[in-house]
Design a protein around this ligand. Sequence first.
Ligand code: NAD
Length: 358
Amino acid sequence: LVYSNLFLDHKDRQPNGSKRVLVTGAAGFIGFHLSLQLTKTSASIIVAMDNFNDYYDVQLKIDRAYELHKAGVKVYYADLCDLAFIEKLFAAYNFTHVIHLGAQAGVRYSLENPLAYVHSNIEGTQVILDTVKKYPNIHLTYASSSSVYGKNSPIPFHLNADTDHPGNMYAATKRANELMAYQHCTSTGIKSVGLRFFTVYGPWGRPDMAVYKFAQSIVEGKKVPMFKVSGDEELGRDFTYIDDIIAGILSTMDYNPDCCGVVFNLGFGHSVSVPELITILEEELGQNAELDLLPLPPTEILQTWADISVSRQHLGFKPVTALQDGVRKFIEWFTQYHQLRDKLQKSGQMSAAQQWYN
Ligand code: NAD
C-alpha cells in the first residue's frame, strides 16, 4: 500500500499518456473488477484507493487489493473525505477519468449507522466533486443504485420513475449523489454519468449480499435467511453479473453526456424471484437449503427490475450472463477462495496479501 510515497512516483506522471484512471472504492467488489479489467485495456495508469472499512470481511478487501497490486495497479489506503490527500492524488496523476465507486454500501446497515452513509457517500462524493471542479477535462462516472427507486415505482423501473421516496438512508444518499452531481454540473458545467446498479453478483462478491450470504449458509449447513412475503406477492431482484456491469461502466468512459444529471440503469433487465435463486444455488452447490423465513423489513422493496432501453440505446449496454451461469462462476470462485483461506488459517500462516497490507 502506498500512501506516503505519493510524490516520489514522478515516473508515473504521464500527462500525455492515454487514459489515466482513478477508481475509488477499488478494494470493493465492483471497483476491484473494474480496476483489474482496466489493466487489460488502453488505460496507461490505474490508481485505486479505498479506506478498507470493516463493513464486511476486511480480509476479502485486502485480498482483492493485493490482486490489483500484483496486476500493476497503484493501491492507496485513504479516506475519500481526506480532501488534502485527494487533491494531492489528482495533482500527482493528472487523471483523465475518475470512476467513483467508493461508498458505504448496504441497505439494512443504513438503519443502524446512518452517519457512515453521510460521511462516505455525501461528504466523500462532495470531496470528489470539489476536486474534479479543478480539472474540467476529467471524465467522471459515479455509482448510484437501483435503491433510489421508490416502493411504488412500477416495474420495470424506468429512469423517470419515482425517486423522491427513498426507503432507507442508503437510498437517500445515493439519490443525493445524483442531485449533487446535477447541481455541480449546473454551477461548473462539468457533466458526469451516474449509474444505477442493480444487485450485482459474481466472483469476489460481497458477503453481505444474497448470493454470497445464501451460498455461505448452505455450505455451512445453516438456515438461509429469506424474507417471507404474503399471498401472491414475490420477492424478486434483477441479479446482474459483474462482467456485464463492468462492460457497462467501461462504456461510459467514452460517452460524453450532452446535459446535466445523466443517469443510466445497469441491470440484467429481468427480475428473478429469491426462491428461484435459492434453487439455482442448491443445484450448483449440490446441497439443499433449509430456510429461515423472516418478516420483510419496511426498508426492503418487493421487486427490482431495470428498464435498460436507454442504456442500450446510448451506451450499447447489452448484458449477456444468465443467472445460472453467473452463479456457477461465483460458486467456483467461492469454493476455491474459502478452501485457500481455511488452509492458511489452519496452518497459522499469514497470506502474502496480509504481509503486503501490514
Ligand atoms: P463495496 O462495499 O464492496 O465497495 C465499496 C468500497 O468503498 C469498499 O471497499 C469500502 O471500503 C470503500 N469505502 C467506503 N467508504 C469509503 C471512504 N470514506 N473512503 C474510501 N473508501 C471507502 O461495494 P460494491 O458492491 O463494490 O459497490 C460499489 C459502488 O456501487 C458503491 O457506490 C455502491 O453503493 C454501488 N452499488 C452497488 C451495488 C451492488 O449490487 N454491488 C448495487 C447498487 C449500487
